[in-house]
Design a protein around this ligand. Structure first.
Ligand code: PEP
Length: 263
């Protein structure tokens, strides 16, 4: 059974004290609740990553960066390298988010370069992909997603499958309040799983976590997580309130219990 990841992508939200307050409350929650088979993860902005990692150290939670440089080091003003993220003990990093693709013109080739940088530091990339509304309406969802997978994973070999996470995020559902139905999401997750199966074999593809992102909230997360190929959520807006975030972790714990094979 794959662990369920409940990942909060905070984007450009929360200042230092808000980050600290959220992490302290999350730490308190984690000390008083079991999160068996669930990994809560938050992705604050760069300046507060180390503080967040400190506040959640030794707890069953992870901290991720929202992006990384495609370069190793040097004259790249404003960029943060994978080595630098590794030096504060981060284990995860989001790459290829649709907002990076849209506003910073990131391509699959660039996402692949970032993935390679992260691998050098044993940081698990959360590779985002997904179609726009126009592409979905033109019946191109599968073609788009497969093209993104082929570009991001070109010549990338995997050892076990646990070294990467994929996030399917239909662009039309991000921050719009318009969620894909559980079945629409499962359909694309199955396409992704199938591609992974062809590319990496049954065993590795069965280990890779595929998260869904796009207006996930406390009241729609259960139906999504119950789908066989949905292994968690990459959650923007609804991850910013600690009460909502903890409610979604509670739901994930319940669904993980349902999904656990009976001995
Ligand atoms: C995201 O930021 O990746 C996202 C899915 O945002 P939201 O949950 O707000 O749609």
């Amino acid at each position: 059974m794959r662990q369920i990841i409940i990942a909060g992508n905070w984007k450009m939200n929360k200042n230092a004290s808000e980050t600290q307050e959220f992490c302290a409350e999350l730490a308190q929650y984690l000390k008083t609740h079991s999160v068996k088979d669930v990994l809560p993860l938050i992705a604050p902005v760069f300046p507060f990553l180390a503080k967040a990692a400190d506040l959640l150290a030794k707890l069953p939670a992870a901290v991720a960066a929202q992006d990384v440089s495609a370069y190793e080091s040097g004259a790249y003003t404003g960029e943060v390298s994978a080595t630098q993220l590794g030096s504060i003990g981060l284990n995860y990093c989001i790459i290829g988010h649709s907002e990076r693709r849209q506003y910073h013109h990131e391509t699959d080739a660039l996402v692949r370069s970032k993935l390679l940088q992260l691998r050098e530091q044993d940081i698990i990339p959360i590779v985002c992909l997904g179609e726009t509304l126009e592409q979905r309406e033109a019946g191109e969802t599968e073609k788009v997603v497969v093209t993104q997978l082929e570009g991001c994973f070109r010549d990338i070999e995997l050892k076990s499958g646990s070294e990467i996470v994929i996030a399917y995020e239909p662009v039309w559902a991000i921050g719009t309040g318009r969620t894909a139905t559980s079945l629409q999401a499962q359909e694309v997750h199955a396409i992704i799983r199938n591609w992974l199966k062809q590319r990496y074999g049954v065993e590795i593809s069965g280990i890779i976590s595929i998260l869904y992102g796009g207006s996930v909230k406390p009241d729609n997360i259960a139906g999504l997580l119950r789908q066989p190929d949905i292994d968690g959520g990459l959650i923007g807006g609804a991850s910013l309130k600690i009460a909502d975030f903890c409610q979604m972790i509670d739901t994930a714990v319940d669904v993980a219990r349902e999904k656990r094979p009976t001995p």
